[in-house]
Design a protein around this ligand. Structure first.
Ligand code: FES
Length: 114
């Protein structure tokens, strides 16, 4: 079953938390979130997936799931990912953003919030 909505301006949107806390509390920026964001954006561009009707990669502030960080969330599905390295980002791009297939092994555990 496909969940794609033809009226969406972007088929998929991924938001990366880039929040940095200076008070010593954990935040996604401590885990190279900026590098992951840059890598994702470049890969989407290289694969020709950027632009209207396709995929948009956006920065975000704290997404309030810091305990699972670094996190990124994909809409319209509302799928949360906790990634470790650029290979994880490649998998999210190639599988979910390009084909709509969720990368189960990278899902943020449901109970992890702030
Ligand atoms: S600091 Fe990234 S989700 Fe809160």
């Amino acid at each position: 079953m496909t969940t794609e909505n033809p009226s969406l301006y972007f088929k998929r949107h991924i938001f990366f938390c880039l929040n940095e806390r200076k008070n010593g509390e954990a935040s996604c920026a401590q885990h190279d979130a900026q590098a992951a964001f840059d890598h994702c954006k470049n890969r989407i561009k290289q694969l020709g997936l950027a632009g209207p009707g396709q995929v948009r990669v956006n920065k975000a502030g704290c997404l309030d799931r810091c305990a699972g960080g670094p996190v990124a969330v994909v809409y319209p599905e509302g799928t949360w990912y906790s990634y470790v390295d650029q290979a994880d980002i490649d998998e999210i791009v190639d599988s979910h953003l390009a084909k709509g297939q969720v990368v189960t092994r990278l899902l943020t555990p449901e109970h992890l919030g702030r």
